[in-house]
Design a protein around this ligand. Structure first.
Ligand SMILES: Nc1ncnc2c1ncn2[C@@H]1O[C@H](COP(=O)(O)OP(=O)(O)OP(=O)(O)O)[C@@H](O)[C@H]1O
Length: 241
Protein backbone atom coordinates (compact mmCIF):
# COMPACT_ATOMS: atom_id res chain seq x y z
CA UNK A 1 0.00 0.00 0.00
CA UNK A 2 1.34 3.41 -1.02
CA UNK A 3 1.25 5.88 1.90
CA UNK A 4 2.57 9.00 0.19
CA UNK A 5 3.22 9.82 -3.40
CA UNK A 6 4.55 12.91 -5.18
CA UNK A 7 4.07 12.97 -8.93
CA UNK A 8 5.81 15.33 -11.36
CA UNK A 9 6.58 17.98 -8.77
CA UNK A 10 8.10 21.29 -9.88
CA UNK A 11 9.20 23.95 -7.41
CA UNK A 12 11.03 27.17 -8.21
CA UNK A 13 12.21 29.88 -5.86
CA UNK A 14 12.32 32.98 -8.03
CA UNK A 15 14.26 32.08 -11.13
CA UNK A 16 15.89 29.12 -9.41
CA UNK A 17 14.37 25.72 -10.17
CA UNK A 18 14.77 23.45 -7.16
CA UNK A 19 12.54 20.51 -8.06
CA UNK A 20 11.80 19.57 -11.61
CA UNK A 21 9.38 16.76 -12.48
CA UNK A 22 10.28 15.06 -9.21
CA UNK A 23 8.41 11.88 -8.32
CA UNK A 24 8.64 9.71 -5.24
CA UNK A 25 6.47 7.18 -3.45
CA UNK A 26 6.66 5.33 -0.16
CA UNK A 27 5.08 2.05 0.80
CA UNK A 28 3.73 1.05 4.18
CA UNK A 29 6.48 -0.42 6.36
CA UNK A 30 9.43 0.90 4.39
CA UNK A 31 12.27 3.21 5.33
CA UNK A 32 13.19 5.45 2.41
CA UNK A 33 16.49 7.32 2.65
CA UNK A 34 16.72 10.58 0.75
CA UNK A 35 20.24 11.77 0.00
CA UNK A 36 21.63 14.74 -1.92
CA UNK A 37 24.15 17.53 -1.57
CA UNK A 38 23.38 20.73 0.36
CA UNK A 39 20.69 22.62 -1.49
CA UNK A 40 19.60 19.63 -3.59
CA UNK A 41 16.00 20.14 -2.48
CA UNK A 42 15.48 17.41 0.12
CA UNK A 43 13.81 19.67 2.68
CA UNK A 44 11.71 21.32 -0.02
CA UNK A 45 10.48 17.94 -1.24
CA UNK A 46 9.64 16.86 2.31
CA UNK A 47 7.73 20.08 3.00
CA UNK A 48 5.75 19.65 -0.21
CA UNK A 49 4.85 16.04 0.64
CA UNK A 50 3.65 17.20 4.06
CA UNK A 51 1.62 20.08 2.63
CA UNK A 52 3.80 22.70 4.31
CA UNK A 53 4.72 24.16 0.93
CA UNK A 54 2.82 24.17 -2.34
CA UNK A 55 4.43 22.83 -5.49
CA UNK A 56 4.28 24.98 -8.63
CA UNK A 57 3.23 21.87 -10.54
CA UNK A 58 2.53 18.29 -9.65
CA UNK A 59 0.37 16.24 -7.34
CA UNK A 60 0.76 14.92 -3.82
CA UNK A 61 -1.31 12.00 -2.57
CA UNK A 62 -1.42 11.07 1.10
CA UNK A 63 -3.01 7.80 2.17
CA UNK A 64 -4.35 7.21 -1.32
CA UNK A 65 -5.93 10.59 -2.00
CA UNK A 66 -5.12 14.24 -2.47
CA UNK A 67 -5.03 16.02 0.92
CA UNK A 68 -8.50 17.27 1.80
CA UNK A 69 -9.69 20.40 3.51
CA UNK A 70 -10.35 18.93 6.96
CA UNK A 71 -6.69 17.89 7.31
CA UNK A 72 -7.59 14.83 9.40
CA UNK A 73 -4.63 13.08 7.77
CA UNK A 74 -2.33 15.19 9.96
CA UNK A 75 -3.16 12.93 12.90
CA UNK A 76 -1.53 10.05 10.99
CA UNK A 77 1.72 11.91 10.34
CA UNK A 78 4.80 12.55 12.46
CA UNK A 79 7.48 14.90 11.24
CA UNK A 80 10.57 16.82 12.13
CA UNK A 81 11.65 19.33 9.50
CA UNK A 82 14.70 21.47 10.11
CA UNK A 83 14.87 22.49 13.79
CA UNK A 84 11.99 21.40 16.02
CA UNK A 85 10.07 24.24 17.67
CA UNK A 86 8.63 24.01 21.20
CA UNK A 87 6.99 26.08 23.89
CA UNK A 88 10.31 26.45 25.65
CA UNK A 89 8.97 27.18 29.13
CA UNK A 90 7.39 23.71 29.22
CA UNK A 91 9.31 20.58 30.15
CA UNK A 92 9.64 17.40 28.07
CA UNK A 93 6.83 15.57 29.88
CA UNK A 94 4.42 18.47 29.35
CA UNK A 95 5.34 18.77 25.69
CA UNK A 96 4.82 15.09 24.90
CA UNK A 97 1.61 14.88 26.97
CA UNK A 98 0.21 17.94 25.18
CA UNK A 99 1.12 16.43 21.82
CA UNK A 100 -0.57 13.11 22.67
CA UNK A 101 -3.73 14.93 23.75
CA UNK A 102 -3.77 16.87 20.48
CA UNK A 103 -3.24 13.69 18.49
CA UNK A 104 -5.86 11.79 20.52
CA UNK A 105 -3.46 8.98 21.40
CA UNK A 106 -2.06 7.36 24.53
CA UNK A 107 1.53 6.24 25.04
CA UNK A 108 4.18 6.01 27.72
CA UNK A 109 5.83 9.41 27.92
CA UNK A 110 8.42 8.20 30.45
CA UNK A 111 9.25 5.21 28.27
CA UNK A 112 9.79 7.41 25.23
CA UNK A 113 11.94 9.91 27.15
CA UNK A 114 14.02 7.04 28.48
CA UNK A 115 14.62 5.70 24.96
CA UNK A 116 15.79 9.04 23.60
CA UNK A 117 18.00 9.65 26.64
CA UNK A 118 16.02 12.55 28.11
CA UNK A 119 14.50 10.91 31.17
CA UNK A 120 16.99 12.62 33.50
CA UNK A 121 16.02 16.03 32.06
CA UNK A 122 12.29 15.36 31.84
CA UNK A 123 11.31 18.06 34.36
CA UNK A 124 13.60 20.80 33.10
CA UNK A 125 12.24 23.52 30.82
CA UNK A 126 13.14 22.98 27.20
CA UNK A 127 14.78 26.41 27.17
CA UNK A 128 17.61 24.81 29.19
CA UNK A 129 18.19 22.02 26.64
CA UNK A 130 21.16 21.78 24.32
CA UNK A 131 20.55 21.62 20.56
CA UNK A 132 21.05 17.85 20.58
CA UNK A 133 18.55 17.44 23.43
CA UNK A 134 15.96 19.49 21.52
CA UNK A 135 16.61 17.35 18.47
CA UNK A 136 15.98 14.21 20.54
CA UNK A 137 12.77 15.66 21.94
CA UNK A 138 11.64 16.56 18.42
CA UNK A 139 12.32 12.99 17.38
CA UNK A 140 10.33 11.68 20.36
CA UNK A 141 7.41 13.97 19.52
CA UNK A 142 7.41 12.80 15.90
CA UNK A 143 7.21 9.14 16.94
CA UNK A 144 5.23 8.96 20.15
CA UNK A 145 1.76 8.92 18.59
CA UNK A 146 2.74 5.98 16.34
CA UNK A 147 2.20 7.77 13.01
CA UNK A 148 1.55 5.90 9.78
CA UNK A 149 3.85 8.30 7.95
CA UNK A 150 7.05 9.69 9.47
CA UNK A 151 9.02 12.40 7.69
CA UNK A 152 12.33 13.25 9.33
CA UNK A 153 14.77 15.79 7.95
CA UNK A 154 18.28 14.92 9.12
CA UNK A 155 17.14 13.51 12.49
CA UNK A 156 20.57 12.07 13.25
CA UNK A 157 22.34 15.40 12.84
CA UNK A 158 24.57 16.07 15.82
CA UNK A 159 23.57 12.86 17.62
CA UNK A 160 26.27 10.89 19.40
CA UNK A 161 26.69 7.29 18.17
CA UNK A 162 24.85 5.78 21.15
CA UNK A 163 21.76 7.93 20.66
CA UNK A 164 21.94 7.55 16.87
CA UNK A 165 21.95 3.75 17.19
CA UNK A 166 18.91 3.86 19.49
CA UNK A 167 17.07 6.19 17.13
CA UNK A 168 17.77 3.88 14.18
CA UNK A 169 16.45 0.96 16.21
CA UNK A 170 13.28 2.94 17.00
CA UNK A 171 12.79 3.75 13.32
CA UNK A 172 13.16 0.10 12.38
CA UNK A 173 10.58 -0.86 15.00
CA UNK A 174 8.18 1.79 13.70
CA UNK A 175 8.60 0.44 10.15
CA UNK A 176 8.03 -3.12 11.38
CA UNK A 177 4.81 -1.87 12.91
CA UNK A 178 3.75 -0.58 9.49
CA UNK A 179 4.92 3.05 9.35
CA UNK A 180 6.29 4.47 6.12
CA UNK A 181 9.39 6.51 6.94
CA UNK A 182 11.05 9.17 4.80
CA UNK A 183 14.42 10.12 6.18
CA UNK A 184 17.09 12.49 4.92
CA UNK A 185 20.68 12.36 6.08
CA UNK A 186 24.19 13.19 4.98
CA UNK A 187 25.48 10.26 6.99
CA UNK A 188 25.70 7.66 4.25
CA UNK A 189 26.89 4.94 6.60
CA UNK A 190 23.88 5.40 8.89
CA UNK A 191 21.59 5.58 5.90
CA UNK A 192 22.95 2.33 4.56
CA UNK A 193 22.28 0.62 7.89
CA UNK A 194 18.77 2.04 8.15
CA UNK A 195 17.07 2.42 4.79
CA UNK A 196 15.36 -0.24 2.70
CA UNK A 197 15.57 2.04 -0.32
CA UNK A 198 17.82 5.02 -0.99
CA UNK A 199 16.90 7.78 -3.46
CA UNK A 200 19.45 10.25 -4.79
CA UNK A 201 18.02 13.73 -5.34
CA UNK A 202 20.10 15.65 -7.84
CA UNK A 203 19.27 18.10 -10.61
CA UNK A 204 15.75 18.52 -9.23
CA UNK A 205 14.61 14.91 -9.30
CA UNK A 206 15.39 11.47 -7.97
CA UNK A 207 17.93 10.18 -10.46
CA UNK A 208 18.52 6.80 -8.95
CA UNK A 209 16.94 4.55 -6.39
CA UNK A 210 18.88 1.73 -4.83
CA UNK A 211 16.27 -0.78 -3.82
CA UNK A 212 17.87 -4.13 -3.22
CA UNK A 213 18.59 -4.71 0.43
CA UNK A 214 21.67 -6.73 -0.47
CA UNK A 215 22.97 -3.90 -2.60
CA UNK A 216 22.52 -1.44 0.24
CA UNK A 217 23.83 -3.56 3.09
CA UNK A 218 26.38 -5.95 1.58
CA UNK A 219 28.48 -3.65 -0.59
CA UNK A 220 28.97 -0.59 1.59
CA UNK A 221 32.08 0.74 -0.09
CA UNK A 222 30.76 0.48 -3.65
CA UNK A 223 27.38 1.84 -2.67
CA UNK A 224 28.73 4.90 -0.88
CA UNK A 225 31.09 5.67 -3.77
CA UNK A 226 28.20 5.41 -6.21
CA UNK A 227 26.03 7.68 -4.07
CA UNK A 228 28.73 10.33 -3.90
CA UNK A 229 29.22 10.20 -7.69
CA UNK A 230 25.49 10.53 -8.25
CA UNK A 231 25.14 13.39 -5.77
CA UNK A 232 27.88 15.24 -7.60
CA UNK A 233 25.70 14.95 -10.69
CA UNK A 234 27.64 12.04 -12.13
CA UNK A 235 25.97 9.81 -14.68
CA UNK A 236 25.31 6.13 -14.29
CA UNK A 237 23.38 3.83 -16.58
CA UNK A 238 20.59 3.50 -14.02
CA UNK A 239 17.01 4.63 -14.28
CA UNK A 240 15.56 8.02 -13.48
CA UNK A 241 12.52 7.59 -11.25
N1 LIG B 1 11.83 29.72 1.10
C1 LIG B 1 12.84 29.74 0.23
N2 LIG B 1 13.08 30.84 -0.51
C2 LIG B 1 14.08 30.86 -1.41
N3 LIG B 1 14.90 29.82 -1.66
C3 LIG B 1 14.70 28.70 -0.94
C4 LIG B 1 13.66 28.60 0.03
N4 LIG B 1 13.71 27.36 0.59
C5 LIG B 1 14.73 26.71 -0.02
N5 LIG B 1 15.32 27.52 -0.94
C6 LIG B 1 16.44 27.14 -1.82
O1 LIG B 1 16.10 25.92 -2.43
C7 LIG B 1 17.24 25.10 -2.55
C8 LIG B 1 16.96 23.76 -1.89
O2 LIG B 1 16.89 23.94 -0.48
P1 LIG B 1 16.58 22.73 0.49
O3 LIG B 1 16.60 23.28 1.87
O4 LIG B 1 15.36 22.04 0.03
O5 LIG B 1 17.86 21.78 0.23
P2 LIG B 1 18.39 20.54 1.06
O6 LIG B 1 18.70 19.46 0.07
O7 LIG B 1 17.46 20.19 2.15
O8 LIG B 1 19.75 21.12 1.64
P3 LIG B 1 20.60 20.79 2.99
O9 LIG B 1 21.23 19.46 2.77
O10 LIG B 1 21.59 21.89 3.04
O11 LIG B 1 19.63 20.81 4.14
C9 LIG B 1 18.41 25.88 -1.95
O12 LIG B 1 19.09 26.52 -3.00
C10 LIG B 1 17.71 26.88 -1.06
O13 LIG B 1 18.48 28.06 -0.95
Amino acid sequence: MIVVRGIGIDKNFGAEPVLSQCSISLQKGEIYGLVGINGAGKTTLMKILLGLQRPDEGIVELFGKEPDEDRGYLLKIGSMIERPVFYEHLNAIEILEMHLRYMGKEASVSGMLDRVGLYHARKKPVSSYSLGMKQRLGFARALIHRPELLVLDEPLNGMDPVVAAEMIQMLKEAAQNGAAILLSSHMLGEMRKTADRIGVLTGGCIRREITEKEEIRDHPQEMEEELVTLMRGGVTDEKTV
